[in-house]
Every structure is written in C-alpha cells, then in structure tokens.
Write a protein that binds this ligand. Sequence first.
Ligand SMILES: NC(=O)c1ccc[n+]([C@@H]2O[C@H](COP(=O)([O-])OP(=O)(O)OC[C@H]3O[C@@H](n4cnc5c(N)ncnc54)[C@H](OP(=O)(O)O)[C@@H]3O)[C@@H](O)[C@H]2O)c1
Length: 292
Amino acid sequence: MTGSIRTQTTDKMLVIGATGQISRALQSQFPESIITSSRNYSTNDGPIVDLSTIHTDSSEIDRFLQKSKLSSVIIAGAMTAVDACETKHTDAIRINASGPRLLARICANYGIRTIYISTDYVFDGLAGSYLETDQPNPISYYGTTKLAGEVGVSKENSNSLIIRTTWVYGPDTNAKNFSSQVCKSFESRTPLMVPRDQISTPTFNRDLALKIFELSQSTRTGIVHVAGGQRMSKYEFAVALAQSYKIPADLIVPVATKELQQSACRPLLAGLKSHEQANIVRPFLRKPLPVD
Ligand SMILES: NC(=O)c1ccc[n+]([C@@H]2O[C@H](COP(=O)([O-])OP(=O)(O)OC[C@H]3O[C@@H](n4cnc5c(N)ncnc54)[C@H](OP(=O)(O)O)[C@@H]3O)[C@@H](O)[C@H]2O)c1
C-alpha cells in the first residue's frame, strides 16, 4: 500500500452509488458536504464511476481523487439485486468486491479515508442478531461478494471502515426498495408475499445517514454495525410500513421464505447489534414516514 501523499483535506466526501437509497439519504441531509457519483451521472462535477469497469480504466477517478482533497470516499454503490447475483457472478464480484477494493487502493494513495457499506447478509442467519465480532458465513453469492469487498477494502486502505447495516427504510423515491414495494402493492391492489420467517432489525435511512456521516469524520477503523433497535419479521416490517404510510395492510400476505422459490438463500435469523450502543439507532418509527 502506498503511503499518503496528501497533507490537507476538505470536509467534502464522495459517495459512490448516487441513485441509491443510502446515498440519497446522505445527500438530503448533508448537501453541502456530499459529492455523489454513479455510473451514469454525478453531482458537483464529481467523476463518473462504474465499479464494474474501474479495473480497466481508473484514470478519471484517479485524477479526481488526486486533485479533490476529499476527506473520504463512501462506497454505497453495489449490486444489491440478491437473486441476480446468483447468476451474474462476474458483475457481482466486480461491483461488490474488486471494484471497491481498487477504489480503496486509489484512496490510500492519496490519504483518503474509505467507508464501505455492507450488510448482515455476510452472516448465515442461524443465530442473529449479530455483533461485529461474530464470524461471517455468507449463504448467498451476494453475501459472499460483500464479504470479499469488506476484506479487500480493509486490506488496501488502513484508514478504512466497514459499516454493516440492514433493512433500510424511510423517505426515498427509489421504486426498487422495500418501502416502495409496499406502497406499490397497495396502489395497484396486487398482493405482496412477504416472508414471516426472516427476522432482522430495520434501520431508518436518515438515522443511518447521520451515523455514516459521524463515523466518516471519526478515526474509527475496522467494522461497525449500525442498525435499528428492534427485531421483527419481514412481514411485521411490511405491516408496520403500511401503517406508517397510513395505507391498509390487507394485501400483505405472510409466507415462508421457501414458498417464494428465490434463487438466493436468505439469512433467516439475521439482524445486527453492536458492541457500541451508540450505533443502535431508533426502533421502527411508529409514526407517519415522510415520503421524500
Ligand atoms: N438498502 C438496504 O436495506 C441495505 C441493507 C444492508 C446493506 N445495504 C448496503 O448498502 C449499500 C447501498 O444500498 P442501497 O440500498 O442504497 O442500494 P440501492 O438503492 O440498491 O442502490 C445501489 C446503488 O449502486 C449503484 N450501482 C450499481 N451498479 C453500480 C456500478 N457498476 N458502479 C457504480 N455504482 C453502481 C446503483 O446505481 P444505478 O442506479 O446506476 O444502478 C445505485 O446507485 C449497498 O452496498 C448495500 O449492500 C443496503
């Protein structure tokens, strides 16, 4: 690893994954401090960054990081389609692991801190909720690539932090996320099958963004878990979301995970806890959620 050649940094940070839920929660709360970047567009003259092709040409991001005097790069871009990862192995490993690893190496060259956002899918779901010190054992290709990303980023940049989180919800316009699926099911009057046997700890996206921001400003390295302080099943989570949005939950149908016949295995008893209570954010917000 190359030592730092930078002596001065600004308080600005670059977030990879501009269109994602977590990136947008960061942008909405810290617009002055955040430059976002994705494979198709960027804000504030940030670089275009495609984690799947960065290994063939990293010159644009390299030039940007060399000049930018950023304090940190937050890697919130990922291939998050868990079932697609089972068949698109090359994309999944590049986007979730080797791309972030290379980015962390470039950051290290310029003395820039790297924050990699990860998941409780690195665990097998036999005995959650999990602490930072628990042994990962992914049961899906998504989880395997995210664990490889954690290891690679940590190896390349000694000033890096892995932040694991889970079941992120809250104001967001992204039609892909789970909150949006609950709303869409109501709007289209289409039943939504939701597992009653998957357990985790839902995390409010604005609480998560605040914690990510705080931790990015700290000197913490290693792994931290940031999650909501309440365990519930995915079915209970869906019903709670519907109640928060003040829509009926009658179309939310509880099922067993195996009935969904998904390509990837899901950790059932998952969820996160932390050795540091400060990283456990609010339990599920039982009040109307802002829409965005
Ligand atoms: N949301 C959750 O419940 C949750 C739970 C645990 C962990 N996490 C972790 O948190 C991170 C962010 O999650 P999220 O919910 O914000 O994700 P998301 O809403 O699914 O967004 C993923 C982001 O990654 C970007 N991306 C995909 N392929 C890329 C590539 N080749 N190069 C650069 N960017 C690419 C997407 O850009 P495009 O729009 O161009 O596709 C999008 O901006 C991920 O690492 C995920 O593993 C999320």
